[in-house]
Design a protein around this ligand. Structure first.
Ligand code: 3PG
Length: 219
């Protein structure tokens, strides 16, 4: 769907997950990198951008992307508190991703109009997120917590949940996840390598995005 026909103020978690096979997990240390990086990802076909709240520059980077790259949808990663959710929404984020889940974070995201992909690694965490109405979840850290075999096992009892596995997902193993019926997309940091950012190698980031968009085809 074209972004201009998508009402991003009412973006759902499923729309975030289904826009491309991969959500890039982005760590930015320099605000000057944010806009050219976002343009490169968009040029390569990736529009849902998870900028992690792991650096002091993250919020300014989100703001710059939200203002200057209209074809990107900026989201906040590493959302761990209600304050994080509020700051992210103020910076222009349209969605949030959290490494774990608490009801307080869920409530804050709803209050801020942010769709949320809550992070889970156990059956109990899935049940807690489901109790609060979430059926689209991030499986984190995916490889370390059981990989594709874990997702296959969860497909029985949690048949109504769709996952975005993140953590240890690579271009080499992504198809093992993407071929599962309960996986809507994967997350990964490989699309935005630190050395490409440092060198301003936007062509490489665009190429990595282009290749990521092809991943479904080989599953
Ligand atoms: C995350 O922050 O969600 C993950 O740490 C990304 O993991 P990766 O670097 O293994 O892709």
């Amino acid at each position: 769907m074209a972004l201009n026909s998508m009402n991003t103020s009412q973006l759902t978690a499923l729309q975030v997950m289904q826009d491309a096979p991969v959500i890039p997990v982005i760590v930015l240390n320099d605000v000057a990198h944010a806009v050219p990086m976002a343009r490169a990802l968009v040029a390569g076909g990736i529009r849902m951008l998870e900028v992690t709240l792991r650096t002091p520059q993250a919020l300014a980077c989100m703001e710059a992307i939200a203002k200057e790259v209209p074809d990107a949808v900026v989201g906040a990663g590493t959302v761990r508190s209600a304050a994080d959710a509020k700051a992210a929404a103020n910076a222009g984020a349209k969605f949030a991703v959290s490494p774990g889940y608490t009801s307080a974070v869920g409530q804050a995201c709803r209050d801020q109009g942010l769709s949320l992909l809550p992070g889970v690694a156990t059956g109990s965490e899935i049940m807690m997120a489901q109790e609060d109405g979430y059926t689209e979840l991030k499986f984190f850290p995916a490889m370390q917590a059981g990989g594709p075999a874990m997702l296959k096992a969860w497909g029985g009892p949690f048949f109504d949940v769709r996952f975005c596995p993140t953590g240890g997902v690579t271009p080499q193993n992504a198809h093992e996840f993407l071929s599962l019926s309960n996986v809507a997309c994967v997350g990964g940091s490989w699309l935005v390598p630190a050395d490409a950012l440092a060198k301003g190698d936007w062509a490489r980031i665009e190429q990595l995005a282009r290749e990521a968009c092809q991943l479904k085809l080989i599953s």
